[in-house]
Design a protein around this ligand. Structure first.
Ligand code: NDP
Length: 359
């Protein structure tokens, strides 16, 4: 049975006299630091010398180095980008942890896939908001909260659960609800959403766009119809607020009949096998191993370049110009250098496939 926790399950008294450091004052760092302080807790910020340090100072936090913040605190929130976390953890955080220190992550990735190894004598906790940082703050201020996935990887102190629930309450997630999973499950769900649902949805969207454009409808009207109007985000919100099928009531009878009667024609889209394969590669660590390789980082750079060169970007640029919308520089991305491309020669067939796919 899944365990779901709410406001009454957390007691702030369990962490009242603790010093909490927020390492990394970025998207999640700023939101979580402000929420925890507004919950009456004692917060310091550990950050390098950059513009985020100034944001923290402007918000009236005491800001020290990452090493100093770790030394001074009982509970350490590690809110750095996942891909650099391990290096900073080893160098600046791990040496300064104490027996029964508590470390808290906002993503299960590094612990779930054994990429980061904490000492055995600390508590290792996860509070992963299903919400971007700005939303974490806004929903706290609106008193509505937001969903999170939480987990305990190590309980060295014997008090990990009460500390976790107190912190979850302080951040504001218990107002909506926190679901207990493992670090690995949280990471897998996140990766699957990005690798299974995201690309499949993108294909459906592009296929609809080109069907309409090839049939002669003006691109401006097509892009507005398909995504630029923001109507889809309202529909998504209604799905969350009242239900996937119930939200249909907000659409006309014609719309409802059309969608339901035609929907059946898509029932045999060959999605399920691909989805299961993608999930398996995530669960078995195949994806993580691939992403760790330095060659993959180069491959990523090249694929990203191909992606910016695809037809939809040129089309969108033109449409945005005509609609007098702001233009972004994704359209002028630099290609990788010749030397970088040469390093990929062993996988040139695979690269060719990507080039054709994004034509
Ligand atoms: P950000 O990209 O906002 O970065 C966080 C901070 O890390 C910034 O202050 C950044 O400063 C700093 N940083 C980056 N590189 C270094 C470095 N080499 N040394 C020291 N500090 C550095 O991260 P997020 O808030 O997006 O992500 C933090 C965690 O939250 C991750 O685990 C992520 O998976 C998780 N998460 C994120 C969500 C989101 O919506 N963004 C949602 C849920 C969880 P600078 O850039 O100046 O270096």
């Amino acid at each position: 049975m899944v365990k779901i926790f709410h406001e009454t399950n957390g007691d702030l008294l369990n962490i009242k006299n603790k010093t909490i450091s927020i390492i990394g004052y970025g998207n999640q760092g700023r939101a979580q630091a402000l929420n925890l302080r507004d919950s009456g807790l004692n917060i310091i910020v550990g950050n390098i010398e950059d513009k985020y340090k100034n944001f923290a100072l402007n918000d009236n936090f005491s800001v020290v180095t990452i090493e100093e913040a770790t030394k001074k605190s009982d509970i350490v929130f590690i809110l750095l980008p996942d891909e650099i976390m391990n290096e900073i953890f080893e160098k600046s955080i791990k040496p300064h942890l104490r027996v029964n220190s508590v470390i808290v992550f906002a993503s299960g990735y590094n612990i779930g896939f054994n990429l980061l190894k904490p000492p055995e004598n600390v508590d290792v906790l996860l509070i992963a908001p299903r919400m971007i940082g700005v939303g974490v703050r806004e929903n706290f201020l609106k008193n509505e909260g937001f969903f999170s996935f939480i987990a305990i990887e190590q309980d060295a102190s014997g008090r990990a659960k009460e500390i976790l629930l107190a912190l979850a309450k302080g951040i504001g997630t218990l107002k909506k609800g926190a679901i207990m999973l493992s670090f690995k499950q949280e990471a897998e769900l996140d990766l699957f959403n990005e690798q299974g649902f995201g690309p499949a949805f993108g294909r459906v969207l592009l296929s609809s766009i080109y069907t309409l454009i090839d049939a002669g409808y003006p691109p401006e009207a097509v892009l507005i119809e398909m995504y630029m109007s923001n109507e889809m985000s309202y529909t998504y919100k209604k799905m969350a607020d009242i239900g996937l099928i119930k939200q249909v009531d907000f659409h006309s009878q014609t719309s409802q009949y059309g969608a339901m009667s035609r929907g059946i024609r898509f029932r045999k889209l060959p999605l399920r096998d691909k989805m299961e394969q993608i999930l398996k590669e995530i669960q078995d660590g195949v994806f993580t191993k691939e992403w760790e390789k330095s060659l993959t980082k180069l491959k990523f750079k090249l694929i990203k370049y191909f992606a910016t060169k695809q037809k939809i970007n040129k089309l969108e640029k033109e449409v945005r110009k005509n609609l007098k919308l702001k233009l972004y520089n994704i359209y002028e991305e630099e290609p990788p250098s010749k030397e970088e491309i040469a390093k990929l020669k062993n996988i040139s067939d695979e690269i060719k496939l990507f080039e054709q796919y994004y034509e």
